[in-house]
Design a protein around this ligand. Structure first.
Ligand code: ATP
Ligand code: MG
Length: 280
C-alpha cells in the first residue's frame, strides 16, 4: 500500500494539537503492529534501505538536470534525531549536490543583522538539495520560549517567514519542513544515554536540561509556528519520531514523493551522439 504523506502534513490554517499525535505512532506504515515488535522493525529497516536507493537516484537526477532547488528544514526538540535523520535518510547521495547547514546560536556578527540574513545565504542553488539542521524557525521557538527578544518583535516573524519562504518558492525552490516529534520520556532516555555512553558524552549539553524544563512551552511554540507557516507551497510535516526506523521511512517517503512530483528529466544528449566514437 502506498504511503500517503498527506496524512502527516499540517493543513494550512488548521489547529494543531501535538498532544494528540502519538510520537510512537507509525501512520501509513502497512506492516505496523500494536507494539511495533521486532519483525515490524526489521521490515521497516529493510524498507529504509530500498528508499535510500530511490532517493539516491532522484538526487542524481536533481543534480544532473540542474533546474530545481530543494530545501529541507528539520526542527525538533533536543535529541529529537535531526542528526540521525540526516545521516540515515541521505546515506548514499552524491555529496557534490547536497549541503547541510546547521544553525547554532547566532554569532555577534549574525546578531548585528536581521534574523534572516544568515539563513538566506545558505539557500540551495540550482540542482542542489540543502538540509537545514535547525533554521530561521529558532527565531520563533527558542527566541520565544527563552524570551530572547520582545513579544511584539517575534510575533511579526511568522508572517515574515511565510513571505520569505513564498518568495523562494516563487523563484523556483521546493520547500519541505519536517518536525521530528518525540515524547518527553523519549528525550529523557536519549539524554540519559548521552551521559551513560562514553562515545556519546560529547553530545551532552547541560543547556539541554534548561530547555527540557520548558517542554510544554516549546510544544506550544511549535504548534503556533507550524499552524502559522504550513502553507500549500511550503508545508510542514509532523513525523512521529520515537521509533527511529519509522522516522527514517516517513522522512524518506516525503522527500522522495516530493522529488517525484517535480517530474525531472535528464538533460537531452548532445546532438549526433549516436554517430560518435571515442578514438583509441
Ligand atoms: P544536538 O541535537 O546534536 O545537540 P544541536 O542542533 O542541538 O545538536 P547544539 O550546538 O547543541 O546543536 O545547539 C544549538 C543551539 O543553538 C540550540 O540550543 C538552539 O536553540 C540554539 N539556536 C539556534 N538558532 C538560534 C537563534 N536564532 N537564537 C538563539 N539560539 C539559537
Ligand atoms: Mg544540542
Amino acid at each position: 500500500m502506498a504511503f500517503d504523506i498527506d496524512e502527516l502534513r499540517v493543513k494550512p490554517n488548521s489547529n494543531l494539537d501535538l498532544s494528540k499525535i502519538d510520537p510512537s505512532g507509525t501512520p501509513e506504515w502497512s506492516n505496523a503492529d500494536e507494539d511495533g515488535g521486532s519483525s515490524n522493525k526489521d521490515a521497516g529497516k529493510a524498507r529504509g534501505l530500498e528508499l535510500n536507493q530511490r532517493l539516491e537516484e532522484l538526487q542524481e537526477l536533481l543534480y544532473a538536470e540542474g533546474k530545481h532547488r530543494v530545501l529541507i528544514v528539520i526542527q525538533a526538540m533536543d535529541a529529537g534525531g535531526k542528526d540521525g535523520t540526516i545521516k540515515h535518510v541521505f546515506e548514499g547521495v552524491n555529496p557534490s549536490g547536497v549541503k547541510v547547514a546547521a544553525f547554532k546560536a547566532p554569532s555577534s556578527l549574525e546578531r548585528s543583522h536581521d534574523y534572516l540574513w544568515r539563513i538566506h545565504q545558505h539557500a540551495p542553488a540550482d540542482g542542489q538539495l540543502t538540509i537545514f539542521n535547525r533554521s530561521h524557525y529558532e527565531d520563533v521557538l527558542v527566541v520565544r520560549v527563552m524570551d530572547l527578544v520582545d513579544k511584539d518583535r517575534w510575533q511579526k516573524r511568522y508572517e515574515h517567514i511565510a513571505n520569505f519562504e513564498q518568495m523562494m518558492v516563487d523563484e523556483g525552490t521546493t520547500i519541505i519542513k519536517l518536525f521530528l516529534h518525540i515524547s518527553k520520556q523519549e528525550q529523557q532516555e536519549r539524554l540519559q544515554e548521552r551521559l551513560d555512553r562514553p562515545e556519546k558524552n560529547w553530545k551532552f549539553d547541560s543547556g539541554d536540561l534548561v530547555h527540557r524544563e520548558k517542554w510544554n512551552d516549546y510544544q506550544k511554540a511549535f504548534e503556533t509556528a507550524l499552524e502559522k507557516t504550513s502553507t500549500k507551497d511550503a508545508p510542514w510535516y509532523v513525523i512521529p519520531a520515537n521509533r527511529k526506523w519509522y522516522r527514517n521511512i516517513a522522512v524518506s517517503e516525503i522527500v522522495i514523493q516530493t522529488l517525484e512530483s517535480l517530474q525531472m528529466e535528464y538533460p537531452p544528449a548532445p546532438a549526433d551522439i549516436t554517430e560518435m566514437h571515442i578514438p583509441d
